[in-house]
Design a protein around this ligand. Structure first.
Ligand SMILES: [Zn+2]
Length: 249
């Protein structure tokens, strides 16, 4: 009887030892598996986190015409100004964005904004009437019955010399300098885009598609780059002239 009791106790102890061993073995295996699955710890960097920069200002760019409305037609190539307008406007956009200016486009592709000219202009009018923007720039190519006339022109709303006129003066100067053309005066005018805008607005006529020499240059992508650089530089100079720019809230 006593022998049996001793034997039973020994057996129980043995089971306990085996049980404890199994538990310890299980824990060790789990530890090894979890170590293998650990992602590497990120290495702490001394670089400060980049702070997203707020845009310095907002500008509306209007590529004139589009779709059914081709605008002025190239005298030799037959190209529509709508096509060149968009190419130059997209380059101005890139230039401004590289300088931390937010850009809103009235159109970003070859299409018109509506099926008729009247509806198209009504939509453009709504788009340019934006309280948060500091300037509106409409980009066009010119034409004239006298085919000898060439070079850029910039129009602002007559009577708005202080704001629109100032913007126009900056842009015509930097544009002419960039394309190596004698600097012209800006011109007062009365066109929907400059009349209806809330912010100072200008129409930039980059050159004359009715002049063979201008037409050839206006179709050249490297010349378009220069036009865009000149226009964007003038816009930036204007923005910096109106106030020391602070990030928008
Ligand atoms: Zn036009």
């Amino acid at each position: 009887m006593r022998t049996c009791k001793v034997k039973c106790i020994k057996k129980t102890t043995l089971y306990r030892i085996i049980g404890a061993f199994v538990v310890v073995l299980f824990c060790v295996i789990m530890l090894i598996i979890s170590k293998h699955n650990d992602y590497p710890e990120p290495i702490p960097s001394n670089e400060p986190e980049p702070v997203p920069q707020s845009p310095l200002a907002c500008v509306i760019l209007d590529a004139g015409h589009g779709g059914f409305d081709r605008g002025a037609i190239g005298i030799d190539s037959g190209i529509g100004e709508d096509e060149i307008n968009l190419a130059v406007t997209l380059l101005v956009k890139a230039e401004l964005e590289a300088n931390n200016v937010e850009v809103i486009m009235t159109r970003s592709d070859g299409n018109a904004l509506a099926k008729t000219k009247k509806q198209d202009m009504a939509i453009r009018k709504t788009l340019i009437q934006n309280d948060n923007c500091s300037a509106v720039i409409s980009i066009h190519m010119n034409k004239f019955r006298d085919r000898s006339i060439s070079g850029p022109m910039v129009f602002y709303m007559k009577g708005c010399e202080e704001r629109g006129g100032a913007l126009a003066n900056f842009v015509i100067r930097t544009l002419c300098e960039e394309i190596d053309h004698p600097v012209r005066r800006s011109n007062p005018g009365d066109y929907l885009i400059v009349r209806e805008s809330y912010a100072p607005a200008i129409i930039v006529e980059c050159g004359f598609l009715s002049n063979s020499s201008d037409e050839k240059k206006l179709c050249d992508p490297s010349y378009q780059e220069k036009l865009a650089k000149g226009i964007a530089t003038g816009i930036l100079q204007y923005l910096y002239s109106i106030k020391p720019l602070e990030p928008m809230s």
